[in-house]
Design a protein around this ligand. Sequence first.
Ligand SMILES: CC(C)(COP(=O)(O)OP(=O)(O)OC[C@H]1O[C@@H](n2cnc3c(N)ncnc32)[C@H](O)[C@@H]1OP(=O)(O)O)[C@@H](O)C(=O)NCCC(=O)NCCS
Length: 419
Amino acid sequence: MTPRTDAIDVRPVTEPEFADWTRALNTGFLREPTVPDDVLDARRSQFVPGRLLGAFDGGRCVATFRSFEQELTAVGGAPVPADAVSNVTVSPTHRRRGLLTRMMTRDLAAAKDRGDVVATLIAAEYPIYGRYGFGPATWAAEWTIDVPRTGLDPRWAGPEDGGRVDLVDGEDIRKLGPELHERLRRVQPGAVSRDELWWKLATGAVRFWASWNEPFYAVYRSAAGEVEGMVVYQADDNWGDGKQPLNTASVKWLTAVTPAAERALWRYLCSIDWITRVKTGWRAPDDLLPFFLPDPRAAAITTQADWLWVRILDVVRALEARTYEAPGSLVVEVSDRGGLTGGRYLLEASEDGTGSCTPTTRSADLALEVGELATLWLGDESAVRLAALGRIREERAGAARKADALLRTSRRPWCPDVF
Ligand SMILES: CC(C)(COP(=O)(O)OP(=O)(O)OC[C@H]1O[C@@H](n2cnc3c(N)ncnc32)[C@H](O)[C@@H]1OP(=O)(O)O)[C@@H](O)C(=O)NCCC(=O)NCCS
């Protein structure tokens, strides 16, 4: 018999309960449950009244959920207000009793009331969030570069384009990084906003974990002296037999707003003495990287997976926020088991790329669930593929191909962040 859950209270967490909530969070993520005071103090800045939910059983916190304000870049560059979902855990003693469902239902309803257009999250496991109307909207890939195989000239001494690469400190990254990221996210569908805390955590100025290994920071400046890219990486210490250096550089993140910066930073990483392998960290699945190398096979994809999941809360505003690749119209019948935004909508895209979306009584071209619409919304997935898989239904022959002409983009969306 499933244990009773009606005695478990799901509600916003109060400030005095934050330590208990954080212990439950660590427990759910299989991390040491005890939280040192300094870490707790650092984490306290994320306490926003009403945005942290917990489930309490007999006074003990047994499930956690946090959401926060975010902007997600739509196709065309418009920032869309998003409800970013994070810190989702249910203690192993209380799993599969509907606690996640209760927390999620409550949070999505609040996000809808606030006027957020979408909710976003990075899923720990694929099967969890589809049931709540989320769909995978961006993917990510990680490459491992076999440096000796690249065919790059080992005598490289710096960028050939008049730019330069400089090593800097965390403080420089905190100064230069926010503006660079803003430049990226204005043009990168799928990118999300970063707050000040993000930069402090990324550079060790604020620490959420007891241990911190200072990484290396490098910046690329163009010939005009403009910062166009930066990379944060760590290296191991690994020597093979016969005194052979076999070290790996692991990129924590790399931001570049021009192909020149991107090329120079990968080139830099592949030229560091002793480094024979570069692990790229999570990149866009259509990253240019392999083609910067004379032998692109030297960069092998080691992991490829779904990344940002999106839950559309308002179909009209979501479809009007993005631009379209071609003019045309499409009627979509969107079903939403969560009851937040289902209906039949007419999407009309103009010559200038803008779109309008209105509820309609016209007959539908495509029928799909709201999560599948999220999968198509950022331009990554093909409606033709989803129809072949039986995940969406053509109500009119050729509608999936028509949807692809409107919605798909020449470059894939990408979210560089984990949150
Ligand atoms: C994922 C997690 C939060 C789910 O919480 P939960 O309270 O057990 O989920 P619920 O009881 O509300 O489950 C609702 C439904 O989702 C399913 N589900 C939940 N987690 C699932 C998982 N990891 N894999 C597959 N199905 C899952 C349940 O079986 C249930 O299905 P049903 O409605 O058909 O019966 C919990 O297992 C957990 O804390 N896992 C470890 C931490 C983690 O992965 N957090 C997510 C970070 S993004």
